[in-house]
Write a protein that binds this ligand. Structure first.
Ligand code: KG4
Ligand code: ZN
Length: 359
């Protein structure tokens, strides 16, 4: 354990969780409060940005107060205030940023801006041993799928990213096709345990050569066609017939629960294969001895098992976050911020929010 036990308060509001945590020495989580908005967005099948920002405004003060109380820490003991300022939904990011600036100004402590994806890549260190660098990190969540060469917690080089959907987004969209509700990742994970992962051979999009980029839109479409039939495939008569194409089968209602579980398992296996193969490529390209997986999808049991097997084969150390630190939370922000504070990399009160990461 390091001897620098400075406590940082971290705020996370980049998407649909309002999070606040207090973390000492970069790894000891004193409190971690997350108010999720899932119920508000579920009926829309995805996050509605305006609803998200409003809900953050309503929740943020309470979440901060709860985190302080749960940690039993007085504001005078806080060394810095950290906040996710990129990437994310701009309205949501701004709520957390305003709260963090206010606290930093009132408490007269440094403000630290944290990249949300870097924080996911740091999350395995929470309540655990320090991560050994260099590392190859895979961050896969609802909004992001990216590979990094990490030379330290705060020195990350982007190796590849998704050219269309994020991995978690594919889970959520497939769950919607299978009518499993939102968000779908954890439901598919559970259902897949009863399914046959070889039942349907969904495509594994690896892109060209040794590419470290990802594409998940093809597999989502493949599941859609498997469930609803290929549009026009059964079309009888003229190509420009005004009749809508009969499609068989028509919708998930025509599949048995066993078949639905098979689709879930087969889809999950295809996504996990792609993530595993790309992480393997990144490990080889960087020569890193540590593999990191973070982000909401890192909670996936099949991915965790595949990553463990990969690490064993490559003789690498695998670092996975505890499941409670996989989804968005303030602890990963406060934890990573300790490294910025130690390096003297603090922000001014004019720190900006960015929806996307500037290159
Ligand atoms: O990191 P996160 O909370 O938010 C973003 O930064 O986007 O990730 C949320 C995503 C959702 O798409 C959700 O379906 C997915 O993580 N997820 C999972 C599992 N648990 C959450 N995906 C696959 N398997 C899981 N067990
Ligand atoms: Zn996230």
């Amino acid at each position: 354990m390091n001897t620098d036990r400075r406590v940082i308060l971290g705020i996370e509001t980049s998407c649909d969780e309002t999070g606040c945590a207090l973390v000492a020495g970069g790894r000891q989580v004193l409190s971690n409060v997350v108010a999720t908005q899932i119920d508000l967005h579920a009926r829309f099948g995805g996050v509605v940005p305006e609803i998200a920002s409003r809900a953050h405004i309503e929740a943020v003060n309470t979440v901060i107060a709860q985190a302080l109380e749960a940690a039993g820490v007085h504001p005078s003991e806080i060394a810095a205030v950290a906040v996710t300022h990129e990437p994310g939904l701009i309205g949501s990011l701004l709520v957390g940023l305003m709260a963090a600036k206010t606290l930093a100004w009132v408490w007269r402590v440094p403000l630290i801006g944290v990249n949300h994806i870097y924080a996911h890549a740091y999350s395995p260190a929470l309540e655990s041993e320090p991560i050994e660098y260099p590392a190859a990190a895979l961050v896969c969540s609802g909004g992001h799928t990216a590979l990094y060469h990490c030379r330290s917690p705060i020195d990350l080089e982007l190796l590849g990213t998704t050219i269309d959907d994020a991995a978690g987004e594919a889970f959520d969209k497939v769950a919607s096709i299978l009518k499993l509700g939102y968000p779908g990742g954890s439901v598919i994970d559970r259902l897949a345990k009863d399914g046959n992962a070889q039942a349907v051979n969904f495509p594994r999009s690896l892109l060209s050569g040794q590419s470290l980029d990802f594409s998940f839109s093809g597999i989502k479409t493949a599941v859609l066609y498997h469930v609803n039939g290929v549009p026009g495939a059964d079309r009888r008569g003229r190509k420009d017939s005004p009749q809508p194409a009969p499609r068989t089968p028509r919708g998930i209602e025509n599949f048995t629960p066993r078949q639905v579980a098979d689709i879930a398992a087969s889809f999950q296996a295809a996504v996990v294969d792609v993530l595993r193969i790309k992480l393997r490529r990144a490990a080889k390209a960087t020569g890193a001895g540590t593999l990191i997986i973070g982000g909401g999808v890192s909670a996936n049991s099949a991915l965790r098992a595949a990553a463990a097997e990969l690490a064993r084969r490559l003789r690498c150390t695998l670092r996975l976050p505890e499941v409670r630190f996989c989804v968005d939370n303030g602890a990963m922000v406060a934890g990573l911020a300790w490294h910025y504070l130690t390096a003297g990399r603090v922000a001014d009160l004019d720190l900006e929010a960015h929806a996307t990461v500037r290159r």
